[in-house]
Write a new protein. Sequence first.
Lengths: 114, 114
Amino acid sequence: AQTVTQSQPEMSVQEAETVTLSCTYDTSESNYYLFWYKQPPSRQMILVIRQEAYKQQNATENRFSVNFQKAAKSFSLKISDSQLGDTAMYFCAFTYQGAQKLVFGQGTRLTINP
Amino acid sequence: DTAVSQTPKYLVTQMGNDKSIKCEQNLGHDTMYWYKQDSKKFLKIMFSYNNKELIINETVPNRFSPKSPDKAHLNLHINSLELGDSAVYFCASSGTPAGRDEQYFGPGTRLTVT
């Protein structure tokens, strides 16, 4: 069975700082995909970034980037120049080709302080 | 233009009642999902439908019955509501069964059973 683990229940940083959220996963699949979703207080689930396992290059989206370590089954999210609007729950999620579902980690509550 | 919409957004009801949550997507997607987010924010798949056919039923009690009248709609009917059903229910859709395609989430329905 596939599992996703986020070991940091809560994190807090000052505005403009850089923060890294951790995620590890366990799978025997070879063709899989990893995601980070953001859930602000509005409750809406928003895709932040996506990584295909077959791609060696780490994905980046503006201030958001990942450190994908396939051998270690690690998928961390780095937020640079953090902003107040980044305050949210962040979920790491996993799926594989044909899985028909996302498997989520427990979430990390990130607070950006002014 | 809302991509995935759910109604209602809030639902308060008593134990033993029957209730429905409706979901509609205007993205032309073939695959739709229901996820449950519990009080600890943990998200878990309940059902997955592809082209109106049930693909995944993730050990959900049979008091929960999804219905897909067409590819754009996936409704969730819950019989004999219990206190433990209190949660946020998210509908989602994707262009293909979960894989490389992003899942688009609705705004969620907060169900409170008293």
